[in-house]
Write a protein that binds this ligand. Sequence first.
Ligand SMILES: [Zn+2]
Length: 167
Amino acid sequence: MNNVHERFWRKVRLGPSCWEWMGTKSRGYGKFKESGKTLLAHRVAFLLEFGAIPDGMNVCHHCDNRSCVRPEHLFLGTDSDNVLDSVRKGRWANREGERNPSAKLTENDVIAIRRMRNDEGRSLSSIAALFDTNFRNVSRIALGTTWKYLGRLNRAQRNCAEGGANK
Ligand SMILES: [Zn+2]
């Protein structure tokens, strides 16, 4: 086991925040070969530091940096399906979002509105006109005051994009 530790950490550049994997990568994730198998480096880092990863769990990044292997930046997450599921259940409980009979926008509309406002910087009134709603509604959506669970959803997906890639 010591041998593995040594081989693994030799490929890591320790930084003040993230610890970068310097070996081979695939889609941003570090790759580590052990006993003829190719493993995801951040999963190996977690394993070496904290022990076994429970079945079906993903190792996720707090820091959103796929090539980071610093154990403190890693946490166990459920499959993104489960994450989605629990987020959706939360929505049901709160009667937020498109299931709410008073909502006329769909989830896709909300995602599009946030992109137009927050990424493209379009004006509230032009977006409101496109979606046949008022600018106050658009503003609250863009700020995340309404449709909160969609923000959580995006974040959960991003942090756990690994999606069990190594299973
Ligand atoms: Zn990190």
